[in-house]
Design a binder for this molecule. Structure first.
Ligand code: NAD
Length: 476
């Protein structure tokens, strides 16, 4: 079976491409249609045509469709989680967790449909009333990356539809399966034709058509800094709203007074779970002198008990890297780290497993400096460096010395330092005694500096991007 694109309520075929599992390159997940520029143009036209009616649709209709979608995703969590693990390579428990999260996001925004509110206040001029309302912005393009194949599409689609916008989704080439599953569920949930459209295929081809379109009122993008810049430039050109979630080089600070096991477990999770392929992953462990050697010894010991294997296998802690290209990039950075003078304290070797895949032993560098390329550039793999510092003040300064600012963390038992760090970390999210990754769906998500641009995603803050405010004056 070929999985086709959804355009104006119809499943549209064409050339298809194989989706193979990074855990087992003999495992073909499915054949997925590769959209053409004309498909993308048709999808945008469909979203534009469907907007007037959908923007005025009743809140109960929107609520019912989003609720039904969330319910079906949840009911099928094992099956969809398995699909996700197969196509992206995170472990089955991680993939099922992500699937549950996607369901919860639809559920949350199903509720938000019923809580759309405005403000009513008197004008400064007597006898005049002022009402402030939020309206949908129009047809919106959503461009998503490969590392959260079901959660990221969900956290853009659900608020877009909740607030009355229509959608064209362009998922990452490597993971069309989860996006197709969401499209299928939304379609069967009763969404009117053209309200949600899916076009799968190459970013440089059909993604670019989306950027060049004058008919989209907004683009919400998650992915690399390079593509994000293209989204920004094209959006300025077309005068459209845009939102960017991009890279990270997230610091995790470990102070002398940290609980060692809390620091080690949080570091292991931050740096290596989901194969280090999370934008919120930490790749810089900034450790003060008094605990440095004990911390490194304990983390290396802990890494020895970690199993890297097929994402579907019980007992796997870390699945494969997503594809050959990303694996080569990770290995290149490991070579760069060595040549820059950092010491490889653990791992870094390509591994062979029963099934042919892209397996990499997690790599931990020590004796790294914050000026090395491995400390400045996003690697996006299971590769982390330990940077030794004298004290808290130096740790904070190193933590903030980065072009990025998505997430940051600290392990400490000092209320004074935790409080100061929460206030002074230059990041959108701060974690105390918790991994830098692992965030809730009902609260804002996003960063600052080179990591993000535009309003926050998720929770009620999503309304900032997916609606526009209208201020109405009426003579009473
Ligand atoms: P990418 O930029 O290569 O691709 C992202 C999306 O953009 C894909 O759908 C791709 O097809 C599309 N695209 C590529 N070229 C395009 C073009 N010319 N026009 C329009 N669309 C185009 O990124 P990726 O490799 O899929 O994802 C990894 C990156 O995503 C990492 O940098 C990671 O940090 C980032 N990320 C950020 C967050 C966050 O919330 N900050 C979350 C997840 C991933």
């Amino acid at each position: 079976m070929t999985f086709n694109n959804l355009i104006a309520g119809e499943w549209v075929g064409g050339n298809a491409s194989e989706n193979r599992s990074p855990s087992d390159t003999n495992d073909v997940v499915g054949l997925y249609a590769q959209g053409t520029p004309d498909d993308m143009r048709a999808a945008i036209a469909a979203a534009k045509a469907a907007f007037p009616a959908w923007s005025r649709s009743g809140i109960l209709e929107r609520h019912a469709i989003l609720k039904k979608t969330g319910d079906e995703i949840l009911a099928r969590k094992e099956e969809l989680g398995t699909l996700l693990a197969r196509e992206e390579g995170k472990t089955l428990p991680e993939a099922i967790g992500e699937t549950i999260r996607a369901a919860q996001i639809f559920d949350f925004f199903a509720g938000e449909c019923l809580r759309l509110a405005g403000e009513s206040l008197p004008s400064v001029r007597p006898g005049i009333g002022v009402e402030i309302t939020r309206e949908p912005i129009g047809p919106i393009g959503l461009i998503t990356p490969w590392n959260f194949p079901i959660a990221i599409p969900a956290w853009k689609i659900a608020p877009a539809l909740c607030y009355g916008n229509t959608v064209v989704l362009k998922p990452a080439e490597l993971v069309p399966g989860c996006a197709w599953a969401i499209a299928d569920i939304l379609h069967r949930a009763g969404l009117p034709k053209g309200v949600f459209n899916l076009v799968m295929g190459k970013g440089s081809v059909i993604g670019q058509v989306m950027l060049d379109s004058p008919d989209l009122a907004g683009i919400s993008f998650t992915g690399s800094v390079g593509t994000g810049k293209r989204v920004a430039l094209s959006s300025i050109e077309h005068g459209r709203k845009y939102q960017l979630e991009m890279g990270g080089k997230n610091p995790f600070v470990i102070l002398d007074d940290a609980d060692l096991s809390v620091a080690v477990e949080a570091s292991l999770n931050s740096c290596f779970f989901s194969t280090g392929q999370r934008c919120t992953a930490s790749s810089r462990l900034i450790v003060t002198e008094g605990i440095h050697d004990r911390f490194v010894a304990a983390l290396v010991e802990r890494l020895k008990s970690v199993t890297v294997d097929n994402a579907l296998k019980a007992g796997t802690h870390i699945g494969p890297v997503v594809d050959e290209r990303q694996l080569m990039q990770d290995i290149d950075y490991i070579d760069i780290g060595r040549s820059e003078g950092a010491k490889l304290a653990f791992g870094g070797e390509r591994l062979n497993r029963e099934t042919p895949g892209f397996y990499l032993q997690p790599a931990l560098f020590t004796e790294a400096s914050n000026q090395m390329r491995i400390s400045r550039e996003e690697i996006f793999g299971p590769v982390a460096s330990v940077i030794r510092v004298k004290n808290y003040e130096e740790a904070l300064s190193v933590a903030n010395d980065t072009p990025f600012g998505l997430s940051s963390g600290i392990a400490t038992t000092s209320l004074k330092h935790a409080t100061h760090f929460r206030r002074n970390a230059e990041a959108g999210m701060v974690m105390v005694n918790l991994p830098t990754a692992g965030v809730d769906f009902h609260v804002p998500f996003g960063g600052r500096k080179g990591s993000s641009f535009g309003p926050r995603e998720q929770g009620r803050y999503a309304a900032e991007f997916f609606t526009t405010v209208k201020t109405q004056y009426t003579l009473a």
